[in-house]
Structures are given as structure tokens and as C-alpha cells.
Design a protein. Structure first.
Lengths: 109, 109
């Protein structure tokens, strides 16, 4: 995963990659005391296997569409949609279009 | 502030309000154990006075453009741009266009 590591107050562009998405990689935008934010890049047909994160997370679809499977329930997240998951919840992701998503993680002390 | 209170895993639409922005209000999308997420609505010319939040926050401009003043430094955040601030940092916001923004707050225990 590429690392950008923005500083506090630094403006980060998260507009859609569009045509250049397939040449982009998942990037850590920053990790600070309480929050970690990354931009997930998942070309159509690619998946993240089931995994869990200790803290709560939000997943915001920036472009494309992805299916989230959370504790056996599937739903599709399109561009302009957001959801959150409690910490420790097993989830997997499958991109049904070329997709990028903003993932915000609450860091558990 | 209107309260929506999404549940975990519930899909929330945060696409631009566009023409109906001026009839929308700032809304709390959810507040859970570690994170609070709200959608700030600020019509052109309106401001939030200097304030601070205990935990770290991200501010993502969903539409429009806003000037953030953070510890004496001003910068403009346009749609598709994001920044984060450390907890306790005094900041103010002034909308230079009809603006909505997603604000994610790390809840400090």
C-alpha cells in the first residue's frame, strides 16, 4: 500500500480517478493519533477477503460500485454512499465496477 | 441540527444536494462508540465561528467551496478535497459557495 501521509491541515485530493483508476494503488492518506484514513482502489472484479479492524470504520464509495458482505448480509455501495461498521466486525468487499473508496478507521488505544 | 442516526451497515446517501442545498440543514448522520459523522450544510456567505473539538476530525468538501481558518492560516477546500485536524485545534469555516461537507470526529474517551 502506497503511503502519502498528509500533515494536519494539508489538503488532499480525493476526486474520482476515473480513466486512470486501474493504474492507481490503494494509498494511506494519513495516520494520526485517533484516525487513519486510506483510499482503497479496487478494479472491477477484484475483492478483499473477509477481514476485521479493531476500531469502528466508515466506508465511503468515491466512484464505481462495490458489494460489501458484512456478517452474511450483502449490500451494494455506489458512488456518493457511505456506511459505518462497528469495530471487530468481519467484512469483505468485491468491486463490481472500477471502484475507489475512502476508508476512515478509528484507532483503538 | 437534524438527526438521522444511521445504524451500522446502513447505507447513507451523501451525494451533492445541488439546487436543494439551501433548503437542507446540517445533519448528524450517526454517533457510535468511536466515531461521529455529520453533514455540514453552509450556504454561500455563512460561517461557523471559531470552535474546537476534543478529538481529531476530517473535513471533506462534498460540494461547493469553503475557507478554513486554522490557527491563523487560511485555505480553501473545494469539492473532492479533504483535510484533517488534530484534536483541540481552533478552526472556523466560511462558505464561499453553497457548500456541504462531511465531518468525521474521533470521539475521545
Amino acid at each position: 500500500m502506497a503511503i502519502l501521509h498528509a500533515r494536519p491541515g494539508e489538503v488532499v485530493d480525493i476526486s474520482p480517478f476515473a480513466d486512470r483508476l486501474t493504474s492507481e494503488k490503494t494509498t494511506a492518506l494519513f495516520k494520526s493519533a485517533d484516525l487513519e484514513v486510506m483510499r482503497l482502489v479496487l478494479p472491477a472484479g477484484k475483492s478483499l477477503p473477509p477481514h476485521r479492524v479493531a476500531g469502528e470504520i466508515t466506508i465511503q464509495c468515491l466512484e464505481g460500485a462495490m458489494v460489501l458482505r458484512v456478517e452474511g448480509n450483502e449490500q451494494t455501495l455506489h458512488a456518493g454512499q457511505l456506511l459505518y461498521l462497528r469495530g471487530g466486525v468481519v467484512h469483505s468487499v468485491h468491486a463490481i465496477e472500477d471502484t475507489s473508496a475512502l476508508v476512515t478507521v478509528a484507532l483503538v488505544k
